[in-house]
Ligand binder design. Structure first.
Ligand code: FAD
Length: 272
């Protein structure tokens, strides 16, 4: 998995704060913009998040290039309808080589050599059939029906911050499958590194629900590291009881930690 931030709204945090403030002031936008101090900006970001008044978050967008992920992942990803996508075509782009072009789930590796051999053989067999069908004159768009879902792909994705909030809530959660969960945590750490005040209170749905319920929101890092944090929600939307939520969130991250550093060298930001 490789995740690269291609472009984003640079003044995202201030834009959201000033846009939110526009809803209650007669002042010119430029006046509010020039007057907006750091503390006030942080307050607006916290308020909009904790009250669920997140339409101002839509003014801010991020575009990512996501590579070396399976078609299983992208099938799940494109269910998030409010994002924009451009994916490598299997109709117009024939797959020429399968070596290193498929994803291997950790559960296969854990099962040992026999399972891995079976898995790889199955993929190679499908690929051979694919090539044979093309050699017989079948167009790649039809021959691809025999390809496995493990085949790698790349996709460009643009999400606004409100859509990302929803995406993180669902896909950073332990209930999400490991591959899309690894993608969600990767994207989270990238956007948090450039806009920390916007994203620090955000995480899986349990944290978002908790932060809508309490007077003073807690940061995701506190939930991950501070054993003394007491949550107030009785259960998360997935039914995990209060006393198990911290462990659940920590497991959701630890389980995919190996994908974090390898996935976004240079902090994920495109240096070109
Ligand atoms: C753990 C997990 C398991 C899943 N299992 C399955 C499964 O077994 N089968 C399956 O089919 N899917 C499954 N999904 C996919 C899931 O049902 C959603 O399609 C997916 O998570 C996208 O979420 P979304 O609709 O909130 O996102 P988006 O499409 O990005 O929508 C964002 C928000 O906009 C609003 N919205 C968007 N479109 C509409 C609309 N047409 N009408 C009303 N409101 C709208 C909703 O409030 C929505 O939450 C699963 C998802 C998760 C996280």
């Amino acid at each position: 998995m490789k995740v690269t931030l291609i472009s984003y709204t640079k003044e995202c945090e201030k834009l959201i704060a000033v846009a939110a403030k526009q809803t209650i002031t007669q002042k010119e936008f430029s006046e509010s913009w020039n007057e907006m101090k750091e503390d006030e900006k942080k307050e607006w970001l916290k308020e909009t998040m904790s009250r669920g008044h997140t339409s101002p978050w839509e003014h801010c967008t991020y575009t990512f290039l996501i590579e070396d992920v399976s078609r299983v992942l992208t099938h799940q990803l494109v269910r998030h309808r409010l994002a924009s996508y451009s994916q490598l075509s299997q109709r117009y782009k024939r797959i020429k080589e399968i070596e290193n072009y498929y994803v291997i789930p950790k559960s296969i590796l854990k099962k040992g050599d026999k399972a891995l051999e079976k898995y790889i053989n199955s993929i190679k067999k499908s690929f051979e059939e694919y090539q044979e069908l093309i050699n017989m004159g079948m167009p790649p768009e039809d021959a691809r029906y025999v390809l496995p879902q493990a085949v790698k792909t790349k996709i460009v994705v643009t999400m606004n911050a409100r859509e990302l909030l929803n995406f993180f809530g669902l896909r950073m959660c332990m209930k999400a499958q490991w591959e899309i969960r690894a993608l969600a945590w990767n994207i989270y750490y990238i956007v948090k590194s450039i806009h920390p005040d916007l994203w620090k209170f955000v995480g899986p749905r349990c944290l978002q629900l908790e932060n809508m319920a309490r007077m003073k929101p807690i940061e995701l890092e506190e939930l991950l590291k501070n054993d003394n944090i007491n949550l107030i929600i009785e259960k998360c939307p997935e039914g995990v009881a209060r006393e198990n939520i911290k462990l659940c969130v920590r497991t959701a991250l630890n389980d995919i930690r190996e994908f974090l550093e390898s996935a976004n060298p240079n902090n994920g930001e495109n240096k070109i």
